[in-house]
Design a protein around this ligand. Sequence first.
Ligand code: GCO
Length: 449
Amino acid sequence: MTLGFPDGFRWGTATAAYQIEGSTTADGRGPSIWDTFTTRSGLATGDPACDHYRRYREDVRLLSELGVPYYRFSVAWSRVMPDGRTVEPRGLAFYDRLVDTLLEHGITPMVTLYHWDLPEALQAEGGWPNRELADLFADYALTVHKALGDRVRQWTTINEPFCAAFIGYGNGDHAPGIQDEGAALVAGHNLLLAHGKAAQALRSNGGEQEVSIVLNFTPVLTDVDDAAHREAARKFDFLHNRFFLDPLLGRGYPPELLADLAHLGTLEPAIADGDLEIIAQPLDVLGVNYYAPARAVPLEDPEADSNCPLPGLRGMDVQPPRGELTSLGWEQRPECFTELLVWLQEHCDGLPLVIAENGAAFEDEVIEGRVHDEKRVRYFADHLAAVHAAIERGADVRGYMAWSLLDNFEWAMGYTQRFGLVHVDFETQERVLKDSALFYADVVARNGL
Ligand code: GCO
C-alpha cells in the first residue's frame, strides 16, 4: 500500500431519501416539492427510484458485505411530517428500522435531516423564502433526534443549501422550480438560519452528537492571472462557496458579496437582528461535497448578466469544461480537490472536515453479471489520492463518503446518470456490484490505496 489514511478514518457511502426510497405515498408520506415538481414538469419522479423503502435490509446487507463502516443517508421530512408539522409515526418507524438494521450490521448511521425534499405543504406557505420555515425545521430536527438520537451520533442539518436555494428558487432547474433571484438569496439566508436553529435543537436534546452541515464547493480556475480574471473568479467563489461558508464560521456575509448582490436588494433586509449569531452555531465537523471545478472569465461590462444562472451573478461567464468529462459533463480535476481541502483547513481555522460526497457518473453496462466501470475506479483512485495529498499537507479530513452506494434518481436528470458503486436495474431492481464497489471495499479494508 502506498497511500495510508489515518487510523480511524471514516469510510462510508452516501445516499439521499428522495433519490433511493421510492414508496412516495406509502404509510402516510406526504408529497415533497420534488414529487410536485417532477410530476408537474413531466419528469421522471422518485418512484420507484431504488425501492429502498422496501429493500433497505437487502441494501444494508450489501453495505455489510462490502465492509464499509459508515452510511450517510437522509430522512424525508414529508415522510416524518407529511404536512411539515404533524408527526406520522409510520414514517419515523421506517428510519427507526433502518438505524437498527445498520447497527445490527455494525454500520454507523450518519443522518442528514434535509436533502432538498421540502414538504409540499410548506412550499404552499412560501417555501424557503418564508423565514418561518426555520423554526419548523428546528421542530422537525428535534422530533427526529428524539426518535433516533439514542443511536445516531452524527447529524447533518442540511445538504447543499446552495442547490436548495439558488437552483430551486433562482434558476428553477430544481424543485420547486421558481425563477426569482431575489427570493433565492432570501431562501439561502433562511436555510442557514434553519441550520442554526436545528443545531440548537439537536444540542438541546442532550446526548453526544456531532453536528455538521454539508456544503458543495466548486473551486474556480482562470486561464489568466490578472485583476479582471481574479475578480471574475472572486464573484463566482463568493456567491457559490462563501455565501454559505462565511456566515457559518461566524464571519457574516463577505462585504464584497453584499456589494455584488446589492442590486437585487433582498438579502440585507432578510437578515434580522440575531440571525447571524444563530447561524454561527459551533460546528463539530464541516461536510464537504466536491465533484469538479468551474472556469471563470471576466466580461467587459461588470454589470452584464452572466451565462451562469446564479442569483445576482454579473460581469463574468463560466467557460466550458475541459478534458475527459464524466457522463454529466463534469471535469475531472482531483488536484482542485486537494487545493480546496488545504484552503478549507486554513479558512476554517482547523475545523475538522468530512468528505460527505465525491463520485462520478459514467455510463455502465452489465456484462455476464459484472460491471467493469474502469472510469469510475480511476475517478475514485485519483480523488482519494487527492484527499490523501491534502491530509499530508495538514488538512484534518476525518472521513470520506463515496457518492453513491446505489445508482439512483439524479434529480432533474432522472435515472440517466449512474453514480452508484452498485448498479441498479430500475425495472427489475436487481443490484449488481460494480468493479468500483470491489475497489472501494479493498481501499476500506486496507485503509489506503
Ligand atoms: C449533490 C447532491 C446529490 C447528487 C450528487 C450528484 O451534491 O448534488 O447532494 O444528491 O445526486 O451530487 O449530482
